[in-house]
Design a protein around this ligand. Structure first.
Ligand SMILES: [Zn+2]
Length: 258
């Protein structure tokens, strides 16, 4: 299994920055988990091959690239882009994004080959197939209904949280995986913004350390994702101070193999 966090931010000299404004993780070049920078940062092969997008939740930094991705491909799609999401996320997309005011309601439009978007609803706790992947959705704890995912291909299993605060269901699912190749967990805010982290349902490094005591797979590497760009330096330094050897910050643009 190969995973790449799409870059989402460009620095002043036009180079890819380490900052992560958007979330979009592409697996094996053909399935996107979240769609923040999907349109702006895929390479041509990924644009040609991605027809499945799996969403954790409907916050803007996780879906911003979806309307533009479908728009770019509108004339040439020979099959719809399949959006796999929990029911309330689909409702939010239809009500707040694809509502003709913010963007066209693609579910009402067709090109000469047929539909351009198809919703595939899942429930938390369910397992479903996405291309060659088996995906299990597990509830995490964010301000809106949000799913984490346990993702397997024939050779490896990884787990990704999406945005979350303290959680239980997700850990129960993750701890039941026999061999986990990697855990991808959010840590959005620094310790000094604990109050904001509480009201917005995010983790800080101190909260992350407490969460990891629930993680029973002691041999799995841990990658931190979804750090708010304004606080990246502080969060990275506070994570370093935790002294957890197998933890690292996921780098945008790099291909990780499992
Ligand atoms: Zn969020």
């Amino acid at each position: 299994m190969k995973l790449r966090l799409l870059p989402s931010t460009i620095d002043g000299s036009g180079l890819v920055s380490k900052l992560q404004h958007f979330a979009c993780f592409v697996i094996d070049g053909c399935v996107a988990f979240d769609a923040g920078s999907l349109a702006s940062s895929v390479n041509e092969d990924e644009r040609d091959n991605i027809r499945d997008v799996v969403l954790t939740h409907a916050h803007l930094d996780h879906i911003a690239g979806l309307p533009l991705f479908i728009d770019d491909l509108f004339q040439t799609l020979t099959e719809p882009v399949r959006v796999h999401a929990e029911g309330s996320v689909i409702d939010a997309l239809e009500e707040h994004i694809f509502n003709w005011s913010v963007y066209p309601r693609f579910s009402e439009l067709t090109n000469r080959f047929g539909r351009v978007i198809e919703y595939r609803e899942f429930n938390q706790g369910e397992q479903f197939d996405v291309r060659h992947l088996k995906v299990r959705a597990a509830a995490v704890n964010h301000k809106v209904p949000t799913s984490g995912f346990i993702i397997s291909d024939a050779s490896a299993t990884i787990a990704i949280t999406g945005d979350t605060a303290e959680m239980d269901d997700f850990w129960n699912e993750v701890n039941s995986v026999e061999k986990l190749a990697g855990l991808f967990i959010e840590c959005a805010l620094p310790n000094e913004l604990l109050e904001l982290a509480s009201v917005s349902h995010h983790l800080t490094p101190e909260k992350l350390a407490r969460e990891l005591t629930k993680f029973e797979r002691n041999d799995a590497p841990i990658y931190v994702i979804n750090i708010k760009p304004a606080y990246r330096e502080a969060v990275v330094s506070q994570i370093d101070s935790l002294g957890i050897g197998r933890i690292e910050i996921l780098e945008a643009g790099r291909m990780y193999k499992f």
